[in-house]
Design a protein around this ligand. Structure first.
Ligand SMILES: Cc1ncc(C[n+]2csc(CCOP(=O)(O)OP(=O)(O)O)c2C)c(N)n1
Length: 252
């Protein structure tokens, strides 16, 4: 009996990610959700630049490359062109989604576009070598904040969900992480729900995944997973920030 296998929606190729990077786990969870919902043939993924720029090599579904930050705009076009037959997801880093692409993110959420957004928050610009991101923590040492992020100089981190949950538009916002087995299971559930919402026509679903970047954080993989628990989760609490359908149900 097969009890564990590679998801069909994930291609059998080696990943280029650094040891201990959690992009690979999240790719797997997305692929499992696609398999379980039986949507591989109609799914189109949009990945802009960032460490996941080569995601088109890893997913078995159709993939489109977007310019930095523009994935929600591209996803909007793809989804609206054939809403009945396309399931569209974006896969974006925090530099991408919360900095150069912040406008696209906010407006797609406000419009309640019926798309699924997978947001990888590793608190740093990974691909370009570890510069400070909009989500880098106060005091965090990065290539461009060698003495630690000073909010007086660089401003405060952007808490994407705390902002977006004030909008009427979005259907579902949940922050998860993948730093231990229990959290991976919860992340899978949230990612699958974000796709299911789209299938059900409910609208904009965004899953933020607190992720590790051992290379640019200058840590071992296990220390990086611990850092998520000790530093990231207290600043970016896990949980559901918006679930409009559940709220409507509860109000009945
Ligand atoms: C318009 C534009 N500006 C800047 C860049 C350079 N660039 C490539 S990836 C990247 C940051 C990616 O960081 P993030 O989105 O956090 O993803 P990660 O690599 O950490 O997964 C930047 C600034 C670019 N490719 N295009």
């Amino acid at each position: 009996m097969v009890v564990f296998d590679r998801p069909h929606a994930m291609l059998d190729v080696p990943l280029h990610y650094c040891p201990g990077c959690t992009h690979g786990i999240i790719h797997r969870l997305v692929a499992e959700a696609i398999d379980e919902l039986g949507i591989e043939g109609k799914t189109i993924g949009i990945a802009p630049v960032g460490c996941s720029v080569m995601a088109y090599d890893y997913f078995a579904c159709d993939m489109i490359e977007a310019a930095h930050g523009r994935a929600p705009a591209v996803a909007t076009g793809v989804k609206r062109a054939d809403p009945e037959n396309h399931i569209v997801f974006t896969y974006q880093g925090d530099g991408d989604l919360a900095s150069i692409g912040m406008a696209e993110t906010v407006h797609a959420a406000a419009r309640n576009e019926n798309i699924t957004v997978i947001f990888i928050n590793n608190a740093i610009y990974g691909m370009t070598g570890g510069q400070m991101a909009p989500t880098s923590l106060p005091g965090q040492v990065t290539q461009t904040s060698p003495y630690g992020r000073d909010p007086k100089l660089c401003g405060y981190p952007i808490k994407v969900f705390e902002m977006l949950s004030e909008l009427e538009g979005p259907e579902y916002l949940e922050r998860v992480t993948v730093n231990n087995a229990k959290n991976v299971r919860a992340a899978k559930k949230a990612i699958k729900k974000a796709f299911q919402n789209q299938i059900d026509g409910k609208g904009f679903s965004l899953i933020e995944v607190l992720s590790s970047c051992p290379t640019n954080w200058g840590m071992t993989p296990s220390a990086a997973l611990k850092w998520i628990d000790e530093k990231m989760i207290p600043y970016y609490p896990l949980g559901v920030y918006k679930d409009r359908s559940a709220e409507k149900e509860a109000a009945k």
